[in-house]
Design a protein around this ligand. Structure first.
Ligand code: FAD
Ligand code: UDP
Length: 451
């Protein structure tokens, strides 16, 4: 049986960047395995029943200040310029969040200028000796009333904890502004992959040295398939069989809906800090720019149990993670990377950067060498939403073979089932389906219908 240099667990950013670099940059043979039926991890997007491009695991907006990360991803996608905007439903009104001049003027019926808003906030801000918690961050900037209106309820819903129980880094992600800038992020690079995240990942993994196996927990194959080293991007406590106890992760439930109207809300995301049981509602067309007579939205509900989505930043969890980190460091030939494996509340760009750093350690080269292409990627460009294959085919992907050896001896027979808009490379998405270069048709298990 073929010996892989690396078995990579997880086909999200962490796993896919490493697979791409090891294969294209160092000529290594890589098997990447994911227990989900698709690549792209939490960034996975696909066309739903109505033909609308949606993010299965909630809204993902790419933003970064790192030119290196942006340039790296640009090898695999074109971009659509997008500036993210969010409104919060507070006191019966929709107002900008992050809190800015318009938020305050609208909420209090005022007509302040920036200077006056500074004074307004200063008169309300509470003095906090040492900012430690997520409550401290906010009350020290805007005072208790705005904290209650915008942050306390949302945070309690999202994390199941009071902001006073969470590290400052959580609410510190959301700034306060005294100008009228209504953008959620102000990073130098902000954009969405023109043909979706999944397509970008498909391009990243499109290399003869990379085999992809989906619907497979790595534990099912780790003793069967020979490999030299392991790269793990799943939950670190799970890897070590919870020997120090479970690391808390916050879980989410997503309720997707398609509405028979062209547009539902004025911006991509509306936050509901104090009303309803969901935290926010996202309308994808704002993110994708897709034109369509219908629109698809998703409600997010936060849960204590389920798949892990968010590491929970608080001191006792950091302590517990340290124990696992020590174990991880003592485990030879296994590398831990990504949001779940390093227990960090990281954005996509931070995970890409972390993966590139790990790659440069593994290959023993400097950053510039680590970024070198070595072999050119083959980017497939498809005009969105043209070509419109618009297949309503319902062929059931029933490939149940193990990963193939590159000569196509897997059993992937699936025909894909979905209303793809011509960006689907996949013709099969069955159990244990596997991607190989020689079996291009069953290669990329993307846009399968999930809802
Ligand atoms: P993941 O994407 O979680 O990938 C890990 C993969 O490992 C998963 O696919 C999982 O199935 C697989 N896996 C785990 N265990 C096993 C196993 N035993 N065997 C096989 N496979 C396994 N970031 C931004 O920059 N902008 C945003 O707007 C943004 N929005 C977000 C919204 C939500 C609701 C969430 C949850 C996150 C958001 N993020 C955002 C963060 C972003 O999703 C992460 O930073 C990024 O996806 C992490 O990549 P990863 O590879 O570390 O992990
Ligand atoms: N937050 C809040 N109210 C809001 C927006 C954010 O209280 O309207 C807090 C909340 O605790 C949230 C954190 O700030 O979890 C970070 O917000 P962000 O939008 O970055 O969350 P993510 O997109 O990672 O879920």
């Amino acid at each position: 049986m073929e010996m892989f240099d690396y078995l990579i667990v997880g086909a999200g950013y962490a796993g896919s960047v490493l697979a791409e670099r090891l294969a294209r940059g160092s000529g290594k043979k890589v098997l990447i395995v994911d227990r989900r039926p698709h690549i792209a991890g939490n960034a996975y997007d696909h066309f739903d029943d109505a033909g609308l491009l949606v993010h299965k695991y909630g809204p993902h907006i790419f933003h970064t200040n790192s030119k290196e990360v942006f340039d790296y991803l640009t090898r695999f996608t074109e971009w659509r310029q997008y500036q993210h905007q969010v409104l919060a439903f507070v006191d019966g009104q929709l107002v900008p969040i992050p809190i800015n001049l318009d938020t305050i003027n609208k909420l209090y019926g005022l007509n302040l200028n920036s200077f006056e808003m500074d004074q307004f906030l200063a008169s309300r801000a509470e003095k906090v000796e040492k900012v430690r918690t997520s409550e401290d961050v906010v009350v020290s900037k805007v005072g208790r009333e705005l904290y209650e209106k915008f942050f306390r309820g949302y945070t309690r819903k999202q994390w199941g904890l009071d902001p006073s129980e969470l590290d400052s880094q959580v609410t510190a992600r959301v700034p306060t502004r005294t100008n009228r800038d209504s953008r959620y992020f102000t990073d130098s690079y902000q954009s969405m992959p023109k043909f979706g995240f999944t397509r970008m990942f498909a391009n990243m993994l499109d290399h003869p040295n990379i085999k992809v196996m989906l619907n497979t927990d790595y534990r099912e194959i780790k003793d069967v398939i020979p490999y030299r080293e392991l790269i793990f991007s799943g939950p670190v406590d799970e890897y070590f069989d919870y020997q120090y106890g479970k690391l808390p992760y916050r879980c989410l439930e997503f309720k997707h809906e398609t509405l028979n109207q062209a547009l539902y809300q004025p911006v991509a995301v509306i936050n509901y800090p104090n009303d309803y049981t969901f935290t926010r509602v996202t309308e994808f067309k704002h993110l994708t720019g897709q034109e369509h007579a219908k629109t698809s939205i998703v409600y997010e509900f936060s849960r204590a149990d389920g798949d892990p989505y968010y590491p929970i930043p608080r001191p006792e969890n950091a302590e517990l993670y340290k124990k696992y980190q020590t174990l991880a460091e003592q485990t030879p030939n296994v590398h831990f990377v990504g949001r779940l494996a390093t227990y960090r509340y990281y954005n996509m760009d931070q995970v890409v950067a972390q993966a590139l750093t790990l790659y440069s350690h593994i290959c023993g080269c400097n950053r510039a060498e680590a970024m070198a292409m070595k072999t050119e990627p083959r980017v497939t460009t498809i005009t969105f939403p043209a070509t419109l294959v618009h297949s309503n085919g319902n062929g059931n992907g029933n490939g149940n073979g193990h990963h193939s050896n590159g000569k196509g001896n897997g059993n992937g027979n699936g025909n894909g089932n979905g209303n793809g808009h011509g960006v689907r490379l996949a013709n099969g998405n069955g159990n244990g389906s596997c991607r190989t270069r020689n079996r291009r048709k069953s290669k990329v298990a993307i846009p399968d219908r999930d809802h």
